[in-house]
Ligand binder design. Structure first.
Ligand code: ACM
Ligand code: ZN
Length: 570
């Protein structure tokens, strides 16, 4: 018994002698100003004061954090609106911008300041990243729940920090979309571009046009890899009810993420034509596309019923999505690069011909662009009447685009450079740097099948959004976005693999001032990010490790990597 008491006392002494250590500072995106201090601040069990003047949504952010800490540390961070000298102090600072925050921690106290909900949200995201990765878990974990003494002042470089997801080529459930939003939140990304319609599927319930989801949401098969001549014969599809979409919008808003819905028009519309063939130039019949690539059948620009259709669809879309911007696509109406100059139904349609005549559009290579400008302008006017603005892919710039649209530059940077020089606002999403459906390494036989291209994480990281911009045009660059097209991405695991860690790199492009970027530091910080992903159960690509001194290794799971690090190359 005595011996037992002695051992117990010894253990107690050893525990009390343990000096808690903070993990190295590995926050992504790197805050714009970080000064490390001496010692650590103990987070577990520290009570939280949320200043009375702050709105309920800020209190909710603090509560979410406290709930998380309770789960992982087993200790309570009591929250109160009354100042009783609590150690974590959440305070209004009206001098900071809406997304800016300051976080100061000494061994005695932590002060979090911001002016609005987004800034407070981001302060707590930074705080979580400074803690051990287990803070993201769903069970009690043994860890030093401390952060280093530090003084951070932070604010984003760009107001628009976007991530796109194509749910038309492959459908992803509400829960999967929310997981996507969750990981965007960690990296302070604030625009979710929801690509809801395409030739291969229509994914948004429209009550006035029910066949869009009865027929258009389903295809009879999916081509296998690049064999467009056949398909697997397995029915694929799905759609989101308006109620589900409202739920996603609210979920995202709690995380400072605006959902920008895309209704791609007048091309990429085969699923809609299969549902309502009278909206096409030929009247069909049409079928939801089973192979990738781009349908040559598009909405008839000369048929007034098409505009009634678009207005009804967009009216319902606006009811669901409060976003200032609605994305109207506009890409590849006349096919892909290889189809340049080939005939399209607009060329031989009497209704389109009559509309061109009425508009004074002369036959010639410009005619189809001018007719597309007409479609865009009608939609733009309709959305403007309802207080919304248009974003379109860079093709909408061709011909003679009405002022007021925002251009999403995807075919390289040229569209963005030209648009900004002409005074249009721009979001930079050049495929060379921001298309995360491309392969992540050159060892493509070791990667999941992808559309092509090569976009390793360091290339995403290296992108400078002002590249090529004329002097004075920079003010038109609202921000950046990475795009995840899903032709070859059919499962959530694969989706996450394509997203991570490239999205982390994009977050620094979007958030950090150019002189704060440092690939070596970022690369080392990914170790912590990978531990976070492991704890949260996200899949990711590990090929990054080849950049930090290991031999080139193929992308693999974290268990495989552990095995590799322990046992060496097999
Ligand atoms: C696009 O990648 N077609 C915008
Ligand atoms: Zn037509």
């Amino acid at each position: 018994m005595k011996k037992f008491a002695f051992l117990f006392a010894l253990a107690a002494i050893l525990v009390s002698c343990h000096t808690p250590e903070a993990q190295p500072f590995t926050v992504i995106p790197m805050p714009n100003s970080v000064e490390m201090g001496q010692g650590v601040f103990k987070v577990a069990g520290a009570d939280i004061y949320v200043e009375e003047a702050l709105p309920a949504e800020v209190l909710a952010v603090a509560e979410r954090f406290a709930d998380r800490m309770a789960v992982v540390s087993g200790r309570e961070n009591k929250i109160s609106r009354a100042d009783a000298g609590q150690k974590i102090r959440v305070i209004l600072n009206s001098n900071l911008g809406p997304e800016a925050y300051a976080l100061q921690a000494t061994p005695d106290v932590m002060v979090i300041e911001a002016s609005e909900f987004p800034g407070f949200l981001y302060a707590f995201e930074t705080l979580k990243q400074m803690l051990p990765a287990e803070v993201y878990g769903s069970s009690r974990a043994k860890a030093d729940w401390v952060v280093p003494a530090v003084s951070i002042v932070d604010e984003p470089r760009f107001a628009y920090r976007g991530v796109h997801l194509d749910v038309a080529r492959h459908f992803f459930s509400v829960e999967e979309v929310k997981r996507y939003i969750d990981i965007m939140t960690v990296y302070k990304l604030n625009r979710f571009h929801f690509h809801l319609t395409d030739d291969q599927g229509w994914r948004v319930e429209i009550k006035s046009y029910p066949k869009l989801t009865e027929i258009g949401a389903w295809r009879s098969g999916t081509c296998i890899q690049k064999d467009f001549e056949s398909n697997d014969g397995i029915r694929h599809g799905g759609f989101y009810s308006q109620e589900e979409l409202r739920d996603i919008v609210a979920y995202a808003a709690e995380r400072n993420i605006t959902i920008i819905p895309e209704i791609d028009l007048p091309g990429h519309m085969l699923a809609a034509l299969a549902s309502y063939p009278e909206l096409g130039c030929t009247g069909g019949p049409y079928e939801v596309r089973t192979c990738w690539g781009i349908s040559r059948d598009i909405l008839c620009a000369g048929n007034d019923d098409v505009y009634k259709f678009l207005e009804a669809v967009l009216a319902e879309v606006m009811e669901i999505f409060p976003s200032e911007y609605i994305h109207i696509g506009g890409d590849e109406c006349f096919g892909g690069r290889r189809d340049k100059g080939k005939p399209i139904p607009w060329d031989s349609c009497p209704k389109c011909a009559a509309r061109m005549k009425e508009l004074g559009i002369k036959p010639g290579p410009e005619a189809r662009h001018l007719l597309q400008n007409y479609v865009t302008a009608r939609v733009q006017d309709f959305l403007l009447e309802h207080g919304r603005k248009v974003i379109g892919w860079d093709e909408i710039l061709e011909g003679d685009l009405k002022p007021g649209a925002t251009i999403m530059s995807w075919r390289g940077i040229d569209g963005g450079v030209k648009a900004a020089a002409k005074g249009f606002d721009v979001i930079m999403s050049p495929n060379k740097y921001m298309y995360i459906d491309y392969y992540q390494s050159q060892e493509i036989d070791k990667e999941p099948f992808a559309i092509g291209g090569h976009l390793p994480v360091e290339k995403v990281y290296g992108y400078e959004p002002f590249e090529g911009m004329e002097d004075g045009s920079e003010d038109h660059i609202l921000g950046v976005q990475c795009n995840l097209w899903t032709e070859y991405v059919a499962t959530p695991e694969h989706l996450e693999y394509m997203l991570l860690p490239r999205m982390c790199a994009e977050s620094e492009v979007a958030w950090c001032d150019a002189d704060r970027k440092d690939f070596t530091r970022f690369n080392e910080s990914l170790d912590h990010a990978f531990r976070m992903f492991d704890v949260m159960g996200y899949n990711y690509c590990l090929d990054i490790r080849c950049l930090i001194g290991l031999d080139r290794i193929p992308a693999r799971t974290s268990e495989q990597l552990e095995d590799y690090l322990t046992n060496g190359k097999k």
